[in-house]
Design a binder for this molecule. Structure first.
Ligand code: SF4
Length: 490
C-alpha cells in the first residue's frame, strides 16, 4: 500500500486520523475555502524559494498523472539536470515530492521549503521520510529545511537569500531512518485492521489541528472542562480521564481557581455573576472624550512593501467611536488602499482623528499598543505623538477578566465575539453573523488578497464589508461600556 509523505506524517500524529482518512474521508471537516475562492492564486513561499536555486526545471503537478510526474523526474535526472523543482518519486511504497533538488557532485542535496519562521519537529520527520524514499532512487548528500527568516526587512527588490534561512538537518534525518521501517510496518498493519481505539488527547491539535476533530469530540458536552478558563490542557485531560467532563460532573472537591468556580456556578444557576466594585474601579479609570479604537491588520509571508518584515502585522484599517461627555457619539474610520503600503496614510489620519485628550478604550489593548509601537518605529518623525497614545489606553476586557461581570454564555472566553452575543443576544445591529466579514482572521485574509482581485465593483463591495466589520468592533465596545455603566447604576 502506497502512502504519501503527508499521510505518513498524519499517521505519526494519530493512527486513527490516518485510518479515518483512508476509510471515512467524508467525516473530515473541510477547510473554509470562502476567502481563497474569491482571489486568484497568490505567489507562494515555495515558488519564491525556487529563486534560491535559479535555472531549475519544474516537474509540473498533475493530480491525474502521478506516474507521468515520476517518469518526468527520472528523465530529468538521466538528462543531467542540475536543479529540479517538485521532483517526484514513488519509492519503497512512499510517494514523495522534493521541493528543490540540487546536484552536488555525484549526489543531490534535498531542500524542503516551509512557510514557517523556524524548523519544527514535524519538519524533521517530513525530511526523514523524504530521505527514506528518495535515497532508494538517487544518491543523497545533505538534507535542508528552508524557512522564512522573520528578521528580514524588505528594502527595494526582494532579497531571497535574506528572506530565507537554510538549516542543515542531515544528521537528524539520518538518525531517524531506523525508526521509519517499524513506523511504516505499524501503520500498514493498523490500516488493515478495524479502526484503532484512540481517545481524544493533546495529539488532536499537535502538530496540526486534526480535521476529524469535530467527529471525535462530538461526545464532549458544551460547556465542559475544556472550557475552563486558564486551566492547563494536562489538568483538563486529567479531569476528563476521571470521567469529569460536563459541569454537573464537577463536585466541590475538584480544585478550581476563582474564575473557574464562577464559570461552574453560573452555568448551574443560569444567573450572571456581578461584582460592582470591579466595575466601579474600571469606570473610574475613564476620561472623556472616550475613544473606542480598533485596528485590523494583515500579514504577508513574503513582504510586499519596503520596510515590511515577513508576517509583520501591518495595520490597514481602524474604526474609532468617540463618546463625548454630553452623550454625543461620533464615528471615524480609515481603510487603506489595498495596492500600496497603508501605514503612512493611516498614521496621518489616526493622529488627526484621535483627540488630544481622553481615554482610548480597546478590547485586549496589548494588540493595539503593540501595533502603535511598531508604527512609531516605522515613522520616527511621528514617534513621540504615536507613543503618547499608548499612555492613554484603557482595556475594556479587564472588568470581565477580573470577574466584574461573568455571564454563563461566555463559556470561559472573554473575546468580544463571546461577550457581545451573551450580553446582547437579540440585538441584530450587534450580530457579527449578519455581516459578510465576521471575524478578524477573515478581515486579515480578505485585505491581504484584495489587491489580486481584478473586478473593481467586487473590490468595492469587499471594502464596504470590511468597514462594516471594523465599525461593529468599536460600536460593540460602546454598547458594552453602556451595559457596564447600567449594571453599576450609572
Ligand atoms: S481528532 Fe484526535 S483522536 Fe480523532 S483522529 Fe484526530 S487526532 Fe485522532
Amino acid at each position: 500500500m502506497t502512502l504519501s509523505k503527508s499521510q505518513y506524517i498524519r499517521g505519526l500524529q494519530c493512527h486513527k486520523s490516518l485510518w479515518l482518512l483512508k476509510n471515512r474521508p467524508e467525516l473530515r471537516t473541510k477547510a473554509d475555502a470562502q476567502t481563497e475562492s474569491l482571489f486568484e492564486a497568490g505567489y507562494s513561499v515555495g515558488d519564491t524559494a525556487k529563486a534560491l536555486f535559479p535555472g531549475g526545471v519544474e516537474v509540473v503537478f498533475d493530480s491525474g498523472d502521478f506516474h507521468g510526474m515520476t517518469e518526468k523526474t527520472k528523465a530529468l535526472i538521466e538528462e543531467g539536470a542540475e536543479v529540479i523543482y517538485e521532483a517526484t518519486f514513488k519509492e519503497r511504497a512512499i510517494f514523495a515530492m522534493a521541493d528543490i533538488l540540487v546536484k552536488n557532485g555525484d549526489a543531490w542535496d534535498m531542500y524542503e521549503v516551509k512557510a514557517s519562521t523556524k524548523v519544527k519537529e514535524y519538519h524533521r520527520n517530513d525530511a526523514a521520510i523524504q530521505w527514506y524514499a528518495l535515497s532508494n532512487a538517487i544518491s543523497l548528500n545533505r538534507a535542508y529545511i528552508v524557512h522564512i527568516d522573520n528578521r528580514y526587512v524588505r528594502v527595494g527588490a526582494l532579497d531571497v537569500n535574506s528572506l530565507f534561512k537554510i538549516v542543515d538537518v542531515t544528521e537528524t534525518v539520518k538518525e531517524r531512518q531506523s525508526a521509519i521501517v517499524p513506523n511504516l510496518e505499524q501503520i500498514r498493519e493498523m490500516l488493515q485492521s478495524d479502526m484503532p481505539d484512540i481517545d481524544i488527547g493533546g495529539h488532536c491539535k499537535d502538530p496540526h489541528l486534526c480535521d476529524f476533530y469535530k467527529h471525535c469530540w462530538q461526545h464532549i458536552p458544551s460547556p465542559s472542562v475544556f472550557n475552563l478558563h486558564r486551566m492547563s490542557a494536562k489538568q483538563k485531560f486529567g479531569l476528563y480521564r476521571q470521567g469529569i467532563v460536563g459541569y454537573p460532573d464537577i463536585s466541590d472537591d475538584v480544585i478550581l481557581n476563582g474564575m473557574q468556580r464562577v464559570q461552574v456556578d453560573t452555568a448551574k444557576t443560569g444567573i450572571p455573576h456581578i461584582d460592582k466594585s470591579v466595575i466601579q474601579a474600571f469606570l473610574e479609570t475613564l476620561v472623556y472624550p472616550i475613544h473606542f479604537f480598533d485596528f485590523e491588520t494583515f500579514q504577508n509571508a513574503i513582504p510586499r512593501f519596503d520596510r515590511q518584515s515577513p508576517y509583520e502585522q501591518i495595520p490597514f484599517q481602524y474604526s474609532l467611536h468617540i463618546l463625548h461627555e454630553d452623550g454625543k457619539l461620533e464615528h471615524k474610520e480609515f481603510l487603506g488602499d489595498e495596492n500600496s503600503d497603508p501605514r503612512d496614510a493611516l498614521i496621518a489620519q489616526m493622529l488627526r482623528d484621535i483627540l488630544p485628550t481622553g481615554s482610548i478604550v480597546a478590547y485586549n489593548q496589548s494588540f493595539e499598543k503593540k501595533v502603535i509601537k511598531k508604527l512609531a518605529a516605522f515613522k520616527p518623525a511621528r514617534k513621540e505623538a504615536l507613543l503618547a497614545l499608548n499612555e492613554r489606553f484603557v482595556d475594556l476586557i479587564v472588568p470581565f477578566r477580573k470577574r466584574g461581570y461573568y455571564h454563563p454564555d461566555f463559556n470561559g472566553s472573554f473575546s468580544l465575539k463571546s461577550v457581545l452575543p451573551a450580553l446582547f443576544p437579540d440585538d441584530e445591529e450587534l450580530d457579527y453573523k449578519k455581516l459578510d466579514i465576521q471575524n478578524g482572521g477573515m478581515a486579515m485574509d480578505t485585505f491581504a488578497n484584495l489587491h489580486r482581485l481584478k473586478d473593481k465593483s467586487k473590490r468595492e463591495e469587499i471594502r464596504s464589508a470590511l468597514l462594516a466589520y471594523c465599525r461593529l468592533d468599536t460600536l460593540a465596545m460602546v454598547k458594552l461600556l453602556e451595559k457596564l455603566g447600567g449594571l453599576h447604576g450609572v
